[in-house]
Ligand binder design. Structure first.
Ligand SMILES: *[C@@H]1O[C@H](CO)[C@@H](O)[C@H](O)[C@H]1NC(C)=O
Ligand SMILES: *[C@@H]1O[C@H](CO)[C@@H](O)[C@H](O)[C@H]1NC(C)=O
Ligand SMILES: *[C@@H]1O[C@H](CO)[C@@H](O)[C@H](O)[C@H]1NC(C)=O
Ligand SMILES: *[C@@H]1O[C@H](CO)[C@@H](O)[C@H](O)[C@H]1NC(C)=O
Ligand SMILES: *[C@@H]1O[C@H](CO)[C@@H](O)[C@H](O)[C@H]1NC(C)=O
Ligand SMILES: *[C@@H]1O[C@H](CO)[C@@H](O)[C@H](O)[C@H]1NC(C)=O
Length: 621
């Protein structure tokens, strides 16, 4: 059937590269002028621009079409280098605009052809790169009656092989996007998978599944290299486009990761041989989708150990130190021990000088690694432990956004708060320059935990981190952010659901609150936040909470209440600790005196929060 289509592609006679204007008789509605960029004479790329760029484009351009035509097995990539189209309306559909047709069957568009997006405004308002799903992409440029004095756009195009984005699994017959991946002697042990039409935009109202089946004593490792569903930082509870990862063979198995919004570098390791991914998209503005890599690997190779035979026993681990650096590395996998302890070399005797030891932890499923310190005493030259750079120190590293990042560094003699990974892996690195008979080193316990260090409520398996508090089980209690009182992990969303009986409400009292961010706690200020709601969906009554706040109360209207905590991929706080109490509706109607209302914050509070953020940034770097 590919040959079939190839016959139909009339390579245009008007082969115009580099934006020459030609009024051509391509099947478009009258009044349209066309510029066609197609692949001839091996020309794989080029540039395009608005008329007269960089001088302002004229007014009253009714319709100027840029048509990009690749080969049958190719897609079109457009990258804008400059963009300035005068914006008159938020939806861009009046005045000056550029319409984008990404999913065309043929070569032509007319006034009835559905388009995928309309671009206007400045460079920051548009996606820098757009892709077609088939071999044709059309831009339609329009300018209004008034001269806008805007310079227009400049971009480059190129053609990419469609097969670069082919999912390596077995597509189930008579489904549009359900795939299975098997590990066998005859199949690939690793490969790639994509959302439909990636890197263009995915269709709407779809459900796709990706089922991975490893063999006995094997596991599935997944890396989401890119997830681009919707912009923003809205809770995944309220997203129409969502990727869910289940630790088993179906969506009834425990959910270990939920992705919405935009994200990169999320890594997942199954507990057993099965892993199931479900992608649901129902929004009317689809994003680009996702690309991922999978790998079937033997369970015993999931230990980060370089010498698997030397895995530490589950009790005391004493790194074996020789005279050279990095001779005391340990790798601990949750398969061999779910908890235990680690120490600096020779602990509690003084550690040797000029030593580097790494401690690598590898969990699986929804496990996070938590390390809690019990003794900490490192040598500090001149008694100054502000800056760990020149001192003996213990660094904490996580994998985030596809790279390894140091999130903390400890030195001196103050026992650090517990640390927690953002995913299945965590690395500590101990580095000594000095030795001193007064410096014992450190001792810590580690645990691979599925509850994020949240020890109250009933954990629900349908979300990675969600806890339910039912009044029929307990009328009052407390709850905290993940890893409290240590820094909360990055890229983590936790829900706390409160269920009272019909005549009850829930009253919350926050004793401690430190969530990194500035008002209005949104994506623009890269804030983490806590959200309250009387519904599963967003509640207009509450604005988001972030910053360092004094004690405050929050109360539900009815028997159901939801608290959602969400952290992003940078900067952390120590979270919150709060108590809850189910009270009778009538009692609850009295307004508590100090309901903290973010719109009541004065400038002083904001400045104070900002200063705290700045000083926190200093500490964590
Ligand atoms: C509009 O064009 C005039 C020259 O024609 C120029 O002086 C002015 O700065 C331009 N305004 C904007 C907003 O670009
Ligand atoms: C490991 O966990 C077990 C049971 O949860 C507990 O009894 C034991 O004390 C823990 N060991 C360490 C070193 O934390
Ligand atoms: C409390 O109510 C919830 C539903 O709201 C139910 O799932 C749970 O089993 C109940 N617990 C007890 C102890 O009755
Ligand atoms: C709800 O709980 C309250 C206690 O908070 C209790 O007095 C009341 O009887 C309960 N109502 C129902 C309908 O269970
Ligand atoms: C959190 O608050 C509760 C209730 O006030 C308290 O019992 C608990 O110890 C606190 N947690 C921490 C880690 O301070
Ligand atoms: C917050 O305060 C403003 C003005 O002080 C008020 O209009 C608003 O309703 C309050 N919001 C809440 C949730 O109490």
């Amino acid at each position: 059937m590919h040959n079939d289509n190839a016959m139909k592609v009339p390579l245009y006679v008007l082969l115009v590269i580099e934006s020459t204007l030609i009024a051509a008789g391509v099947a478009v509605h009258p009044g349209c002028e066309c510029i066609v960029f197609s692949k001839v004479h091996g020309k794989e790329k080029g540039s395009f621009k608005s008329p007269d760029f960089p001088k302002p484009y004229a007014s009253n351009i009714d319709c100027l079409l840029y048509t990009f035509v690749g080969d049958e097995d190719e897609i079109v990539e457009l990258a804008f280098t400059d963009f300035d189209v005068h914006k008159t309306a938020d939806d861009c559909i009046s005045g000056d605009y550029l319409k984008v047709f990404m999913h065309l069957e043929g070569h032509s568009v007319n006034e009835y052809t559905p388009w995928e997006s309309v671009l206007c405004g400045g460079y920051a308002d548009i996606p820098a790169v757009i892709y077609s799903s088939g071999s044709v992409l059309v831009l339609a440029f329009h300018s209004g009656a008034r001269t806008a004095n805007a310079s227009g756009f400049l971009g480059t195009f190129r053609f990419l092989q469609k097969k670069l984005f082919r999912t390596d699994g077995w597509k189930l017959p008579s489904t549009s996007c359900d795939y299975e991946f098997y590990s066998s002697d005859h199949s690939l042990l690793q490969g790639k998978f994509y959302s439909p039409r990636f890197p263009s935009s995915y269709p709407t109202n779809i459900r796709c599944t990706y089922k991975f089946q490893a063999r006995y004593k094997e596991r599935v490792r997944i890396l989401f290299e890119e997830v681009a569903l919707q912009k923003g930082d809205i809770s995944c509870l309220n997203r129409a486009d969502i990727v869910r990862v289940f630790d088993g063979s179906a969506s009834a198995d425990p959910s270990i990761r939920i992705l919405c919004n935009e994200n990169s570098g999320a890594e997942i390791l199954s507990s057993g041989p099965d892993l199931f991914i479900e992608f649901i998209a129902n929004s009317d503005r689809p994003g680009r989708g996702f690309k991922g890599k999978y790998q079937f690997q033997r369970s015993d190779s999931t230990a980060v150990a370089r010498n698997p035979g030397e895995l530490p026993p589950s009790t005391e681990t004493e790194p074996n130190v020789r005279e050279t650096r990095s001779s005391c590395d340990v790798a601990i996998s949750s398969d061999s021990s779910r908890n235990g302890s680690i120490t600096s070399p020779s602990y509690p005797s003084p550690y040797p000088a000029k030593t580097t030891c790494t401690y690598e932890f590898q969990g699986r499923g929804k496990e996070r690694v938590q390390v809690a310190f019990h003794d900490f005493n490192l040598y500090v030259p001149n008694g100054n432990s502000k800056n760990c750079d020149d001192a003996d120190s213990l660094g904490v590293y996580i994998h985030i956004d596809g790279r390894i990042e140091k999130i903390d560094s400890f030195c001196g003699a103050v026992t650090p708060k517990p640390v927690m990974s953002n995913g299945p892996r965590l690395k500590l690195e101990f580095q000594s320059f000095h030795t001193s008979r007064y410096s014992r080193g450190f001792k810590a316990t580690y645990a691979f935990m599925e509850n994020f260090g949240i020890r109250t409520g009933n954990q629900l398996s349908i979300y990675p981190c969600a806890f339910e508090f039912n009044s029929n089980e307990s009328k009052e209690g407390h709850f905290s952010s993940p890893n409290y009182p240590g820094y909360y992990p990055r890229d983590t969303e936790c829900h706390y659901f409160f269920n009272g009986n019909l005549s009850e409400k829930v009253r919350l009292h926050f004793d401690y609150f430190d969530v990194e961010g500035v008002l209005p706690c949104d994506a623009v200020s890269a804030s983490d936040y806590v959200e309250f709601s009387n519904y599963v969906t967003k509640d207009k009554k509450f604005s988001r909470y972030c910053g360092q706040l004094k004690e405050f109360d929050v109360e539900s209207d009815r028997q159901y209440f939801r608290v959602t905590f969400r952290s992003n991929d940078r900067l952390d706080g120590t979270g919150f600790n709060a108590t809850y109490r189910f009270v009778m509706g009538k009692e609850g109607r009295k307004k508590p005196a100090n309901v903290l209302n973010s719109s009541n914050w004065d400038r002083g509070t904001c400045l104070w929060i900002l200063l705290c953020v700045i000083s926190m940034t200093k500490i964590s770097t």
